[in-house]
Design a protein around this ligand. Structure first.
Ligand SMILES: *Cc1c(COP(=O)(O)O)cnc(C)c1O
Length: 303
């Protein structure tokens, strides 16, 4: 089976790169939802706690599961819809709930809710015409939006400008836009790029004879091998590195997959599925997926 490892030094370096980009005055709230995109939320949080202002999770339960406040001494924001309207568990975990309705804001007022404003995503966020009511109902001093374009950021500014002390919008996609940094950024992917390495030993390596596998594919190198990972593990056809050479995962079966090989590749040699210069973006392109999807899929091979 493949094994996956998280390079926490790389994650720390990535945080430092984000800091260099946004400057000292902008908060970095590290997004560690979905087990830090399956790189391991507890380990990541511990590794970066001194370099960030706080953390973002999707749901309160994710912070509780790793005792985030005890682990890091940093607050978190639960960006998804509230999982309860009882403020107590939020207060105990030092997690601020995102709210989008008057009912949520009122019920969770003592947990210092954060307004999630809708600037286009049209899901668990407050429509523009209700922003003022929700701000009032929750005594809210912080607001954010899911933003993929600068126009979303501008809309947030227009909606809450002068009404809250802190506003944030940018995830990884907008880190390159200084106008999107506002008071804080919430990077996820930018912290994890290059930090996951996934590799599997070659089970077999052989000279090809005629059409191969279920689909009858032909190896352009005249050789092929097999690894023990398949579509039941989420693997898909795409690039791989074998002994430093770029090869292809050509056909993926239930629990095994074929890979093209060079003449000198032998059983037991390492097939790198991600890392060593093979990027999430390279694999995502082949998978017709996002780098986020590649990480959460291949990260599942972590021991
Ligand atoms: C997931 C998420 C982020 C982080 O997104 P990346 O593209 O991984 O940087 C930031 N903000 C919100 C609201 C999110 O849901």
């Amino acid at each position: 089976m493949p094994t996956a490892q998280t390079d926490l030094r790389r994650v720390r370096q990535n945080v430092a790169d984000v800091r260099a980009r946004v400057g000292p005055g902008v908060g970095i709230w590290a997004t560690i939802k979905a087990d830090a995109y399956s790189l391991g939320a507890a380990a990541v949080a511990l590794a970066v706690r001194d370099a960030v202002e706080g953390f973002c999770v999707f749901a309160l339960e994710e912070a509780r599961a790793i005792d985030l406040w005890k682990l890091t001494g940093r607050e978190a924001i639960a960006m998804g819809p509230p999982s309860t309207l009882d403020p107590e568990p939020y207060l105990a975990a030092r997690v601020r709930p995102a709210v989008s309705t008057v009912e949520q804001a009122r019920a969770l007022r003592t947990a210092r809710p954060v307004l999630c404003a809708d600037t286009g995503m049209q899901r668990f966020a407050c429509p523009p015409e209700r922003v003022d009511e929700v701000l009032q109902a929750g005594g809210i001093d912080e607001a954010f939006t899911h933003a993929t374009r600068l126009e979303h950021v501008r809309m947030l500014e227009a909606l809450v400008g002068g009404k809250v002390a802190r506003r944030h919008a940018a995830a990884t996609a907008l880190l390159g836009e200084p106008a999107a940094h506002l008071d804080a950024v919430r990077p996820g992917l930018a912290l994890y790029r290059g930090a996951l390495r996934v590799a599997a030993p070659l089970l077999e390596a052989r000279d090809s004879r005629g059409p191969i596998g279920y689909t009858g594919w032909t190896s352009p190198t005249g050789r092929h091998g097999v690894i023990r990972a398949g579509y039941s593990d989420g693997l898909r056809p795409g690039p791989a590195l074998v002994n430093g050479r770029r090869q292809q995962i050509t056909e993926v079966g239930m629990q095994t997959a074929y890979v093209t090989l060079a003449p000198q590749d032998r059983p037991g040699d390492t097939v790198v599925l991600l890392g060593d210069g093979l990027t999430e973006a390279d694999v995502a392109y082949a998978w017709n997926a996002t780098p986020h999807q590649v990480l959460v899929t291949l990260g599942k091979f972590r021991a």
